[in-house]
Design a protein around this ligand. Sequence first.
Ligand code: ZN
Length: 177
Amino acid sequence: MKKERQQPCVHTDKQARHIETSSDDTMFMEEAIRLSAENIDLGGGPFGAVIVRNGQIIAGGTNRVVPNNDPTAHAEIMAIREACNKLKTFRLDECTIYTSCEPCPMCLSAIYWAGIKRICYGNTKDDAKSIDFDDSYIYDQIQLPNNKRDIKSQNIMRNEALKAFQKWSIKEDKTPY
Ligand SMILES: [Zn+2]
């Protein structure tokens, strides 16, 4: 049987149109995958990511949750931090992220916050689930109303909390983001 081609870069929804990969995409994804495999020998999880701008790798990241005792140290987050640090910006508008696995909800959110325009991923979230990295659980939780989620959340002291928002809204020299 013919070996399946590399996964095309697609958006996560099922209706997404098929987007062909370029040879650059293949090269950058190979690097993300290389980082993911190498990271296992360095004490991290099997995840790697690179951020690319204008055909150049700006930053790379790997999963360092266990060695750093940091539950947020996912490959994509590490790569975003390094890219922003290098470029001295909190926006990565011109960038593509290549990640060895479909981003979890935290990383997907960080990608949106960073303004990254395109995501290419290798393994799917179901592939991750099959080796006990169950991101799909969080995707499922997000879709539930607050009161149906496993983590209970309560709205308390709203009026007191609003004071900081009011202070922010009248601040004149702020940097909007
Ligand atoms: Zn993540």
